[in-house]
Write a new protein. Sequence first.
Length: 251
Amino acid sequence: MRNPCVAHRGWSSLAPENTLAALKLAAEAADVGWAEVDVQLSADHVPVLVHDRKLRRTANGGGAEPGQLTAAQMGKLDAGGWFSAKYRGEKLPTLEEALRETGDRLRFNIELKHHGTTRPLEEKVIETIHRAGMADRCVLTSFSRSSLRRVKELDERLQTGLITDSWSGKLPAELLELGCSLLSIDYRSLNRERLKQLRAHGLRTMAWTLNEFRLIRRYALMDAELMICTDDPSHWRAALRSLPERDDLSG
């Protein structure tokens, strides 16, 4: 299928982000192939799905940071009540739980989030994806060049991707130097010519975060291989259905 859909933190428009509920909604959709999740380490070095530096927005963790609580302690938090009463009691899953529950249907874009710490995040994530048998179905992404280099030092076979919110003409060469196969970029920094440059270097591109029908359609028409990261895959589905059956997107 053209323009693969990447469910941003799961189907996060319908269920609380980075939870099994959101991931299962994405996994149940036959045309959604990917999920993007954010991973941080707990105090006992377990990769857990959580985006923010603090646990107050998406869980009732107050001002605590993920790295200050054990995985068991984080597992007792309510990560769904903030979203709706329907999801009250939804938990913060570990990466291993997410992969084992939905990895048979989804591929994963796993964002490594250090938030300034130097703990063994890469090691623990790599151990987890190998234990789950998902090494060939995951790409590890990060804003941090040093984090991506560390992944390649640990396992050069793993796919990696650089995340950025801005464009530079040096990006294609930098991605190749880092051993990355993917650029994850704010859609506002993309245009047709930049996508051509990336494709010419054999690099895949994921645009984030596209939630409006017209925007999704516009960017899909730029490049049939562009991955669309969205909170609402239903808008992606509608946009792709509206495209002409045949169009010239190779040049």
